[in-house]
Design a protein around this ligand. Structure first.
Ligand code: ZN
Length: 415
């Protein structure tokens, strides 16, 4: 028997029943439900000719040794956000498992290249606010000193939560050992956005993950009485911020895939009878092209100063976080496109707005690529997250084809 994509859907439903409730998936990393999901995964590989271990950062590695030590890695993550969807991350793991089963069967337990399935630890960062925790340890880009003191909403330290699961944070850097022999990395994920559905496409080829510029932008004016202060005498910090909130639409609008968001606005004193003297906002800008991202950042800064002047205010910027765009590997992009085309008849390339573990793997210098499957209504991180079963099955087929093509390429990169 060969690939059985229906089995992936069955596995996903099993996992959902085991680790979800009426509010959605509850597989938050470093919690008991997450550990339960990992135990469930163990039960699935019991009868396969594979070896399993956890690395020092808690990533779960299932290895099917091949004739060559050169390794194809297939990735996903079993952890979810609280009240999350049933497919985010878990599709990558369960589809990868099916591909692993197929390799094991077709080659009687010994494929031409070594194939490894990784379930990354804490992709979501839902509890401690640190996304891509396990994959960044693998990539050697982790920030342990900064992460150690992070706390969850109950005051539990990240350091203690990971230790409880058997992974002392001081040993996280040893996870880079898993890079040994890694020749290619592939990951299937739900799109989590509306693009493929709007184009009526089941599958997409992911060009890379967008870079992010994230800043706190604070306008400072003058608090004043709402009754006694004439309109032309005001230093209204909210008015300046509001102009910027509208301006970022045209700043992003000049570029096809760029996005800019002001997601948070706080006004002070924040009462009905006072002109806003201080307005704290956050700006999140993303694009796949580093130059476009830099330009949007510059333009937003210039615009904020202009609006501050117009409203007789000042403005201050401080960087919250930023990351460079990551482009996936050209040869793997081609294979991904072929695989998607073979299964769905057509192939579209699109960037990813959300970050993914694949970006960390690419940062480690390992050729990587991702494939997206359509998300219904473009909704994710929500219990209503869904994908048509027919599309899920197509995605497993396409991942399997991509895996075969990547395996050939690993053995003979000249192809
Ligand atoms: Zn995910």
């Amino acid at each position: 028997m060969s690939l059985d994509p229906q089995r992936t859907v069955t596995d996903l439903k099993e996992l959902r029943a085991l680790t979800g409730d009426d509010e959605g998936a509850q597989r938050v990393a470093w919690t008991d439900t997450w550990l339960q999901a990992r135990e469930w995964f163990q039960s699935k590989i019991k009868h396969l000719p594979v070896q399993h271990h956890y690395d020092s950062a808690g990533n779960s590695w299932t290895t099917l040794p091949g004739a060559s030590e050169k390794t194809l890695i297939i990735g996903g993550h079993l952890d979810s956000v609280p009240n999350g969807g049933w497919l985010d991350g878990s599709l990558g793991v369960t589809a990868g498992l099916e591909v692993l089963r197929r390799f094991a069967q077709e080659f009687s337990g010994r494929p031409p290249v070594t194939v490894r399935l990784v379930d990354w630890a804490d992709e979501e960062g839902a509890r401690f606010g640190r996304s891509l925790l396990g994959s960044s340890a693998f990539a050697g880009t982790s920030s342990i000193e900064a992460d150690r003191g992070r706390t969850d909403k109950d005051g539990v330290h990240l350091e203690d939560a990971v230790k409880r699961c058997g992974f002392p944070i001081d040993r996280f850097p040893e996870a880079t050992r898993e890079q040994k022999n890694a020749a290619a990395y592939i990951e299937l994920h739900i799109e989590q956005g509306p693009v493929l559905e709007s184009m009526d496409l089941p599958l997409g080829v992911v060009l890379g993950t967008k870079g992010v510029e994230r800043h706190a932008v604070t306008f400072v004016g003058q608090e004043a009485h709402s009754g006694s202060t004439p309109m032309n005498a005001r230093h209204d910090a909210l008015a300046a911020a509001a102009k910027l909130a509208l301006e970022i639409r045209s700043i992003a609008g000049k570029h096809k895939d760029a996005v800019c968001t002001i997601g948070s606005v706080k006004t002070f004193p924040g009462i009905v009878t006072a002109v806003v003297g201080r307005c704290e906002t956050t700006l999140d800008q993303r694009d796949l092209d580093a130059q476009i991202l830099a330009r949007m950042y510059r333009e937003a800064q210039e615009a904020s100063h202009r609006f501050a002047r117009e409203e007789k205010c000042t403005v201050e910027w401080s960087r919250i976080w930023s990351i460079q765009p990551i482009s996936f590997h050209p040869a793997l992009l081609d294979f991904c496109e072929q695989a998607v085309r073979e299964v769905s008849g057509t192939a579209h390339r699109l960037p990813s707005g959300p970050l993914h573990d694949a970006a960390e793997v690419a940062r480690a210098g390992i050729p990587a690529v991702m494939m997206f499957v359509q998300s219904l209504r473009g909704i994710s991180h929500n219990k209503i997250e869904d994908t048509k079963e027919a599309h899920l099955e197509m995605s497993v087929k396409a991942l399997d084809r991509l895996a075969s093509k990547a395996a050939h390429w690993i053995l003979d990169p000249a192809v």
